[in-house]
Design a protein around this ligand. Structure first.
Ligand SMILES: [Mg+2]
Length: 177
């Protein structure tokens, strides 16, 4: 049962992923969590994130932001980003993930989900049949962490490290150099 909590890949950040390689492997869309995946909780986008979305689109991939946060939050975030989004998504419920691939017009095996929370983001993607990538969470220095859930995540990650068959399931998609 733990396998639904295990990401297909675990990377340092959204900048560690080689999006060209994802496209070459047949993926057509990337679904992102926003808070603590792309920026600290509630923060606006940055120049680097705006550029990243352009790079991903140039690689041939569509993007969609899937968040449990409000539309007001998303609209503020996407000032300089041209992307689909789905707010109030109620992750880890499957419905939001299913709607996301429908909005992109792709199949679930053509989508990759990227998020920072094992019990919300990764669990939801996995049970929806969408490949998941876990990133180390982005925090502002003033932020305290989410506490007990983050401690449980550490336990899952320790198990994950010992369970080699679940690691690197997307192949060589980590950026080199
Ligand atoms: Mg998050």
């Amino acid at each position: 049962m733990f396998h639904l909590l295990f990401p297909f890949e675990y990377v340092d950040s959204v900048f560690s992923i080689d999006y060209d390689k994802l496209f070459q492997k047949g993926y057509k869309g990337v679904i992102f969590d926003i808070d603590m995946t792309l920026v600290p909780h509630g923060a606006d986008s940055t120049k680097e994130i705006d550029e990243l979305f352009k790079t991903i689109h140039k690689a041939g991939l569509q993007t969609l932001l899937l968040t449990n946060n409000s539309e007001e939050r998303v609209k503020r975030f996407i000032k300089n980003i041209d992307t689909l989004y789905l707010c109030d998504a109620n992750k880890p419920d499957k419905d939001g993930y299913v709607k996301a691939i429908e909005m992109m017009g792709i199949r679930k095996n053509e989508a990759v989900f990227i998020g920072d929370q094992i019990f919300i983001d990764i669990y939801g993607a996995n049970k929806s049949g969408i490949a998941s990538i876990l990133v180390k969470y982005v925090t502002a220095e003033i932020e305290t962490n989410i506490g007990i859930r983050r401690n449980l995540e550490k336990v899952i990650l320790a198990l994950y490290r010992f369970t080699k068959i679940y690691q690197h399931r997307l192949g060589d998609i980590i950026k080199t150099g």
